[in-house]
Write a protein that binds this ligand. Structure first.
Ligand code: ATP
Length: 310
């Protein structure tokens, strides 16, 4: 339905997006994952015809949108990273204002506003001015504004950055519900892999302007099919244990946290006995040794050698 074809954007000295290809089918939730500066916002700005590509094409229902994006704009709802609301107006007044911009009026506008307030859980607070709202409530209202014209496609640019966990869950649940009940297509950018894992059917991972992986969650995790991630838990560590693990050449990566050490080893290697023996010899009592299911974070680390939130 919606395609990015060889899309490239070069700012003066920065290649923000390099030859990116994506396709989005109707009714799916697609995640766009990547660290700061990966090019996610630039990619979706080109998708929403806010930024003109240096080269490449955006196609919607098989038509190029670069010169004439009107048919795409009409069905698109965009929740930008920056909150765009009038702080001195109430939630209701904001929705009325933006609704009129979308060309809604009278009873139709009234009905739509009530539906939206209900969906974003702000009906009770509708008569309060926005400047008294928490960050999470403002975000929810921002999402409400983007929903007023019944968009078929919703683009959300990191909608949970800097908000409280409760609002975050509310937003994630709302996105899921809109997708299920209204078959809304959602493009969701984030640098939180757990959000993308929870929400998305398919995922694109970007880094430094490049698309470095794409597919369903399972397909992406298959990238790691030749490795096992092993979790070792204990109440505390001692230097000898850590040093001896570090000396094992078959350990490809190792992450030491307060009560958990994660090591990555080739799949066919059984490390359990070796780890238990080292613990024994360094007089360390272990709580557990388990194989961990890979996360998208692991995939990212594998592909780039860096953590997603670096
Ligand atoms: N208008 C602009 N002018 C110059 N450089 C830009 C502009 N917009 C983005 N960039 C650069 O392009 C690169 C990609 O930025 P972009 O905002 O698309 O990344 P992002 O993945 O959305 O990051 P974040 O998670 O921080 O939003 C960055 O190096 C950024 O500094």
């Amino acid at each position: 339905m919606l395609e990015l074809m060889d899309l490239t954007k070069t700012f003066k000295h920065t290649e923000a997006v390099k030859n990116v290809n994506m396709f989005i089918e109707k009714g799916e939730i697609v995640g766009l994952l990547g660290p700061n500066g990966a090019g996610k916002s630039t990619a979706i700005s080109m998708l929403s015809s806010l930024v003109e590509p240096t080269s490449g094409d955006v196609r919607f229902r098989n038509k190029s949108m670069i010169k004439n994006p009107q048919s795409l704009r009409e069905v698109l709802g965009l929740v930008p990273q920056e909150i765009a609301l009038y702080e001195d107006l109430t939630a209701l007044e904001n929705l009325k204002f933006f609704g009129r911009i979308y060309g809604l009026k009278g009873q139709q506008l009234q009905n739509k506003i009530e539906e939206v307030l209900d969906q974003i859980g702000l009906y009770e607070r509708r008569k309060e001015v926005v400047k008294t709202f928490s960050g999470g409530m403002k975000r929810r209202l921002n999402i409400g504004v983007a929903m007023l014209h019944n968009p078929e496609i919703m683009i959300m640019d990191e909608p949970t950055v800097g908000i409280d966990p409760q609002s975050r869950n509310y937003i994630l649940e709302t996105v899921k519900r809109l997708n299920e009940e209204k078959q809304m297509t959602v493009i969701y950018t984030s640098h939180y892999m757990e959000e993308v894992e929870f929400l998305c059917d398919r995922i694109y991972i970007m880094d430094k302007g490049n698309l470095i992986a794409s597919g369903t969650k399972d397909e992406i995790k298959q990238i790691l099919s030749s490795e096992n991630s092993i979790s070792i838990k204990a109440d505390r560590w001692n230097d000898e244990f850590i040093k001896r693990l570090q000396d094992i050449p078959t350990i490809q990566r190792m992450k030491v946290e307060e009560k958990e050490i994660t090591i990555v080893v080739p799949k066919d290697l059984n490390m359990f006995a070796a780890v238990a023996k080292i613990a024994d010899e360094s007089k360390l009592e272990l709580r557990s040794i388990d194989i961990k299911a890979p996360t998208l974070e692991d995939v990212f680390l594998h592909l780039t050698g860096r953590a997603l939130r670096d």
